[in-house]
Ligand binder design. Structure first.
Ligand SMILES: [Ca+2]
Length: 419
């Protein structure tokens, strides 16, 4: 176990120098970086990809830097995780960790020791953004030992996101028993991208599954089509059926599982203290979005949005339309969000209510400060580490746990700085 000081990232020029040195040593291209030494100014200083798009309201993008006073240490709990994707905490504080490409599920102890792979995980299509993705405990896990997994399911004609539940038979050779698939995203397409995958249980026992539109044109055009699961958030019971109060139940041709529409790809989802669902969407170039998810609403993709194609081609003529939601906040340039936790613990009092988002291309832990559902401050933590961050989870000890996205991925833990 190794410990690093977190304070180095918040002392202005010295960390910047270290950051550039680190980049130079690894041969990566330097690019304009977000500044952290200009309290009061916008955090983001790089030019936008689409300067002609203007925010719909003040504060919708480029929030001021909010520099935390909190000092923390970074503990490396485990290394050698192959493209790890998600963490779920067992009642005894061990962790379930998924490895996406190989479709492995591991149990990791508080000290970072890994179990053999849990047997009985269904086969996955691990190409591209696929593989074994999220893991969540059933709200009644203490009695039932049920866990839920999301993954790219190989199918005739391609693949699609599936959600399975199974009983975890714990022990020296852990395995899954009584596995059943409760949800299959339809239609099947042949794509290795944009199937979303985070699972969030609501307090009423229903399960939100956040999806994506598969990236290919055939899927993208279905994001606002209620006959298709693509580009949607769905809300299902733990047996996979649609609750009667879902917004499109009974509508001719609509899939009853649908909760919201018009999403591109969602890898970050969490509930806030009021139990409302928030997501951070992976947008086009210059269009990552923070959205507050409300029943039945259309979030606009691909009709409206910020950003442009990664080729530089124009995607949208407009950023606003009647009947389509505006993001609470957007990033141009993007952060490439994966993983979201809205912090509610005691270990970091200053951070209570803050949004912590894993940054893949941005190689940062992105911290947002919100007030009245508007973003009033942003900070990028861990930038000097130069690691893609896939998952952010609050542990039962109120520490923040992270997974880095790499073939030799790490399980990291942020703890208050030792005095
Ligand atoms: Ca949108």
């Amino acid at each position: 176990m190794r410990t690093y000081s977190g304070t180095i990232m918040r002392v202005g020029h010295s960390w910047l120098a270290l950051g550039f040195l680190a980049l130079a040593c690894t041969g990566q291209k330097t690019k304009p970086r977000a500044s952290t030494d200009r309290e009061g100014g916008a955090l983001e200083t790089a030019p936008p990809n689409v300067p002609e798009f203007k925010p719909a309201f003040a504060g919708q993008t480029r929030a001021p830097l909010s520099a935390s006073r909190t000092k923390f240490d970074v503990v490396e709990l485990a290394t050698g995780l192959q493209k790890p994707w998600a963490i779920a905490f067992l009642p005894d504080r061990r962790m379930l960790v998924t490895e996406k490409i190989a479709g492995r599920l591991l149990i990791v102890s508080e000290a970072g020791e890994k179990s053999p792979p849990v047997l009985g995980v269904p086969p996955v299509d691990g190409r591209g953004q696929g593989g074994l993705l999220d893991v969540e405990l059933s709200p009644d896990y203490a009695e039932t030992k049920l866990i839920f997994l999301s993954y790219y399911e190989p199918r005739e004609g391609g693949n699609g996101l599936a959600v399975a539940k199974a009983r975890l038979a714990d022990g020296a050779a852990p395995r899954l028993a009584e596995l059943s698939v409760i949800f299959r995203m339809q239609p099947t397409l042949d794509s290795s991208m944009h199937a979303g995958g985070r699972l969030v249980f609501a307090p009423d026992g229903n399960l939100f599954v956040v999806l994506g539109e598969r990236s290919i044109l055939e899927g993208r055009v279905q994001a606002q089509d209620l006959k298709s699961h693509l580009g949607k958030i769905v809300r299902i019971r733990p047996d996979g059926s649609a609750p009667d109060d879902n917004p499109f139940v009974g509508r001719d041709g609509a899939r009853p599982e649908i909760w919201t529409s018009g999403h591109r790809n969602i890898l970050s989802a969490a509930l806030d203290a009021q139990r409302r669902l928030w997501i951070v969407e992976m947008g086009p170039r210059g269009g990552d979005e923070l959205n507050l998810v409300e029943k039945g609403k259309d979030y606009g993709w691909p009709t409206i949005g910020y950003g442009e194609e990664y080729s530089g081609a124009t995607l949208h003529e407009r950023t606003q339309a009647e009947g389509m939601e505006q993001p609470v906040y957007y990033w141009d340039p993007v952060i490439s969000p994966s993983g979201l936790t809205i912090y509610s613990g005691q270990a970091f009092p200053e951070w209570q209510g803050n949004f912590f988002i894993g940054g893949l291309s941005s190689k940062a832990l992105v911290r947002l400060v919100l007030k009245n559902d508007r973003v009033i401050g942003e900070e990028r933590l861990l930038t000097s580490r130069g690691e893609r961050i896939r998952e952010v989870a609050q542990g039962p000890d109120d520490a923040l746990y992270l997974l880095t996205d790499a073939d030799d991925g790490k399980l990291l833990k942020l703890v208050p700085k030792a005095r």
